[in-house]
Each structure stands twice: as C-alpha cells, then as structure tokens.
Write a protein that binds this ligand. Structure first.
Ligand code: GLU
Length: 316
C-alpha cells in the first residue's frame, strides 16, 4: 500500500466525514459506510470528522451509543464531534445570505396541498409545483394569516434558478440531477437537512462526502446550494446500501443487525468487522485498520464488491 497516505493529515489535505442521525443504533450497513468513509479519508491523507445530525428524530442516548460503536470498531476522528443542533447561528447566516440575494421565498403550502397539486411539466415526481414562488404581496399576507391560524411558520424555500446541477461521485461517476425549490427552513422552524449539511460540511473543510447511496439524488442540489453560498463544492462517494435477503433496505426489523445485537449473540467485534471486510471482497479482516490497509478505493469499478448493494444474510 501507499504508506504516504497514512501520514498525519496536513491541514490543506481536505477532510472526509461520517454524519449519522442519532435516531437509533447503527446497523451493519451504517457501520460499513462509516468504515468506508474513514478508510477513504485516511487513505487519501484527509482528516476525518464526525457530525451528529441531531436536528430531527433524536432518540435519547443514541448519539452516545453510536459514538461508542464507532470507537469499538477502531475508528478514530479528528477534533470534536460536531452537533448540528449547535450550529444554528451558521445555518441562519446562510439563509440570510440567500435572502439577501433574493433567492428565498416563503411557502404556505401544507404537505397535502403539495402532494395533490398538479406537477409542473417535466418536473420529477413529487417535485414542488411552484405554488408560492411568485405570489403577490396580497397573497403573501393571506398566506401568513393562514399560517398563524395553523400555528406554524411559513417554510422557506430556495428560488432555484437552474433545473439541474452536476457532481462527481467516486462510485457513480458524473451525476447530473434535479435542483428544485428545496426547503431551507421547515414550517416548524427547524433548518432543513439539505441546508445544514452543506453549511456544516463546508465549515469543517469537508471536500469528500461519503454516505449511503440513497442520498445520491440529493447531491446535485446540495452542491448547487454550496455554489450559491460561495462555498467549495465537495466531491462525493455514495456507498451502496446494505439490503436484506429479500433485497429491501436493511432495517431493525431484519433481526440482530446492530453491533450490540451481534455481540449479544456471541460475535466478537473482529468477526463483525470480518463480515464487513468480506462484503468488500477482503476476506480475513479483523480490525478496521485491516480494511484501511487492504482496501483499494482506486480499484473500484462497476461490479466490484463495494459498488454493489451488500446483501446481509445473518445467522439468527
Ligand atoms: N444523517 C444521514 C444518515 O444517517 C446522512 C446524511 C449525510 O451523510 O449527508 O443517513
């Protein structure tokens, strides 16, 4: 292996990250993504950061358990763990910057209304139909009055000025995807994931975003948001999801799928890392360091084990 890549990260080398949502224990697919994010960052001389995406659906105690599980796997990270809930000032400043540029509008629609509205021609399914984009001031006053009745704030949406944007992904290659009038702040006042992820990754110097590929379609809109905010657009590495034997996304109901549950069934951490190594075509890994040493990100190509969904078939 190239030992240069294991020297301590230089501040200019960029950073990778893993950004779990503390909504429950991490399952094997999440742990595999975390190991890949860490290995990819370390192999490319980057620092590696952890960010807890705790804006929504937080389960008490979950963050501590997730961090303990990542440490048990042998992952290490640079600097303090960042919590999105501590980053409100930066999120507000980013929204203000977009407001100043005339790129934000208030949206008074309920979820139901958006679902039921006829979609604009050529718009992807489920896309915002543009209902509140160009309202008159009288219509906006009426919208705000209605929001007061419903005891919510208007959502804030991006006034998207391009239909699509292109990103580079280590696995998927050049990916062009839709940019829509995405929500920046929700009606309940909580900043939207798409805005928070862009602002927080940039603040941490992240130039390599590794995560599961269910978020691949969000990458173009996030990169576009970075562009609008004058922030560097990161590169991406979307890792295929873990699935159960029926081909559905791995979930808690699939049985003993978390580190703790596997250990309760008598498996050691080394055996669990071994399963993850096997899924990458690297037999006999016992530690995350083995994966780091033996996994060759540059050799990835369509058809390689890490570029396929991982079918998790566990003894019960
Ligand atoms: N928090 C998200 C998750 O746990 C990942 C978001 C991201 O990496 O951008 O699936």
């Amino acid at each position: 292996m190239d030992t240069r890549s294991l020297s301590p990260p230089s501040p200019s080398a960029g950073a990778g990250r893993y950004a779990p949502s503390p909504s429950g224990d991490l399952h094997l697919g999440n742990l595999r993504t975390a190991i890949l994010a860490w290995a990819l960052a370390r192999r490319t001389g980057r620092s590696f950061h952890l960010r807890v995406e705790d804006l929504d659906r937080v389960q008490e105690g979950s963050e501590q358990r997730q961090l303990a599980d990542l440490a048990a796997l042998g992952l290490d990270w640079d600097g303090e763990v960042v919590r999105q809930s501590d980053r409100g000032v930066a999120h507000d400043a980013a929204i203000d910057r977009l407001v100043d540029r005339g790129l934000v509008f208030e949206c008074y629609c309920t979820r139901r209304e958006i679902q039921d509205a006829p979609s604009a021609p050529h718009a992807p399914p489920g896309a915002y139909p543009g209902t509140c984009r160009d309202l008159t001031s009288t219509q906006r006053t009426a919208g705000r009055a209605r929001m007061r009745q419903l005891q919510r704030e208007p959502a804030l949406r991006l006034r998207a000025e391009v239909p699509e944007w292109t990103v580079e992904d280590l696995w998927a290659g050049t990916v062009t995807g839709a940019v829509d009038d995405l929500v920046l702040r929700r009606g309940d006042g909580v900043v939207a994931y798409n805005l928070a992820v862009v602002v927080d990754d940039a603040a941490a110097g992240v130039d390599q975003v590794t995560r599961a590929d269910d978020l691949l379609s969000s990458a173009p809109r996030q990169a576009h948001l970075a562009h609008l905010l004058g922030l560097p657009e990161p590169g991406y590495a979307h890792v295929p999801l873990a699935v159960n034997t029926a081909g559905a996304r791995l979930a808690k109901r699939d049985g003993a799928v978390t580190l703790r549950e596997r250990r309760e069934r008598g498996e050691s951490v080394a055996e669990i890392v071994g399963r993850i190594g096997d899924s990458l075509g690297l037999p006999d890994c016992r530690t995350a360091a083995d994966v780091l040493e033996r996994w060759e990100p540059a050799s990835l190509s369509p058809g390689s084990p890490a570029s396929e969904p991982w079918v998790v078939d566990l003894p019960t």
